[in-house]
Design a protein around this ligand. Structure first.
Ligand SMILES: [Zn+2]
Length: 161
């Protein structure tokens, strides 16, 4: 299936910045470069980051700090924080982008579409009436009116308030 990437000026920069074989979610555990790693919020057990290959502006991911492939391996407190940060993400995105709806979910395993299948993460994707479809199995066009860096700045600020 041909995928149209309408605008992705950050892609090269992202590839250059990534260390080979590095788990991007474990990298998030290091509190040294939130901007470079697109981390918009840190909780105690989980954190929120921008997807570097977003399906829409404001495409967030909520992940535990623990490197486990499935929610089956998460303790109750971690699951609770994952849910609470997902709820917070919706509020932040609703305020900033006024979406008409959201796709929320976990792709578990490569066969289910997970790009990184060894560190579980929940996607939060804002949707607008008339936008392109969600996952590549459904639609193949991504519309990205805002750069990742702008998204990172706005969303980080919103989480901080
Ligand atoms: Zn990891």
């Amino acid at each position: 299936m041909a995928e149209q990437r309408l605008w992705a000026p950050w892609r090269l920069e992202y590839i250059r910045g990534a260390k080979s074989g590095e788990c991007i979610f474990c990298a998030g555990a290091h509190p040294d470069d939130d901007r470079g790693r697109r981390i918009v919020h840190r909780g105690e057990r989980c954190f929120v980051l921008l997807n570097a290959y977003p399906y829409a502006s404001g495409h967030l991911m909520v992940a535990p700090f623990a490197h486990v492939p499935s929610i089956e391996q998460l303790e109750d407190e971690v699951l609770l924080e994952l849910a609470r940060l997902t709820r917070r993400s919706l509020a932040v995105l609703r305020e900033l982008y006024r979406p008409d709806g959201f796709n929320i979910g976990i792709n578990q395993g490569k066969v289910a579409g997970a790009g990184f299948d060894d560190h579980v993460h929940q996607h939060v994707v804002p949707r607008w009436a008339g936008d392109s479809n969600f996952m590549p199995v459904i639609g193949d066009t991504r519309v990205l009116p805002q750069s990742l860096d702008d998204s990172w700045r706005e969303i980080s600020e919103a989480f901080a308030t």
